[in-house]
Design a protein around this ligand. Sequence first.
Ligand SMILES: NC(=O)c1ccc[n+]([C@@H]2O[C@H](COP(=O)([O-])OP(=O)(O)OC[C@H]3O[C@@H](n4cnc5c(N)ncnc54)[C@H](OP(=O)(O)O)[C@@H]3O)[C@@H](O)[C@H]2O)c1
Length: 324
Amino acid sequence: MFKQFTFTLNNTNKIIAPSSIGIGSVYFKMEMRSTAENYNETLKNNLIKLFEQGKGVIHIDCAANYNVYPEFKDALKVNTERQLKKREELWVTDKFDTFLGTFPDPITHVNFVIKELNLNYLDLMLIHYPVVPAKNISLSIAEIWAQMETLKKEGKVKNIGVSNFSVKDLEKLKETAVIKPVVNQIEWNPYFMNQTLGIYDYCQENNILIEAYSPLYPITLSSSGEDVSEEGKNFNNYIDLLAFKYEITNSEVLLRYTIQMNVLPVTTSSNIERVLSNHNFNNDRPDLRLADEEVKKITELGKEHAQVSKYEKFVKYFESLLDN
Ligand SMILES: NC(=O)c1ccc[n+]([C@@H]2O[C@H](COP(=O)([O-])OP(=O)(O)OC[C@H]3O[C@@H](n4cnc5c(N)ncnc54)[C@H](OP(=O)(O)O)[C@@H]3O)[C@@H](O)[C@H]2O)c1
């Protein structure tokens, strides 16, 4: 029987892991706008194939500033026409863009998206960044959160959370929030376990589920040939060893590691076979667990490696927008 990993959120709702199709990163439009010329056929087709072939619930990670609503909309249309996945078999996360101000406020955003994508509700809505440099947004983070709470009460959004928040940002939010965020989506992998100081421990202690973007970065860094460090070699040799021992792929080792660290991986691929294998990874071996000492060793070897952030350059880019 097909068995998917689920985490229980702090509001008792369940969420499926991993998110196998993040529709940012490889599908992201750098030019920050969607046009007929940059329409991404691969994304649309990969979503449709996942609806056709992925068992259970499909967990999709979207955001306003990925500029992929047209492709997502077309894939969902095919899904409805061909009766592939029921609404409850889709988990749709979206993010309110405080940086570029794709929408002026969360209520306008969610009303647009659920109508445009014909979804009725969103499963999870996040504040994408903890600051509001966008000139067309006149709300503070506290006011944005209050709107997210309204959307949750109205049932237009089932769960609300944040992304790229630090401990300080979460503590500040607590001063005015009525509803606690269920997740904090941050960059997280064995080479980068604290996007900001103490964030991993804080979220674990406060029952805020960490969603990891770039959970496979150590593997992609090594396969790109960019990482020639001794620590990188040691890390990869150990992942190879575990992959061999359990007869699974290196990616699966890292997905399982992430989940055993109580973190939900948000991954993606331009290659549909990889998307499907990430989505289905738990299917054949639902009872497989890495041993506790293996999880510990991956963490230790990761810590020996210099901290590397895949998205640091984006953060710098966004910060440069703040200066202007
Ligand atoms: N909240 C935020 O601020 C934020 C920021 C960044 C990203 N995100 C979200 O997180 C998602 C994932 O981020 P990411 O792309 O950095 O994650 P990632 O999983 O670390 O990296 C994805 C890369 O891993 C490779 N890959 C995937 N599955 C593989 C497999 N089974 N074997 C070998 N290689 C594999 C893919 O390469 P190929 O394409 O060549 O297969 C892909 O380019 C994004 O799409 C986005 O939705 C959120």
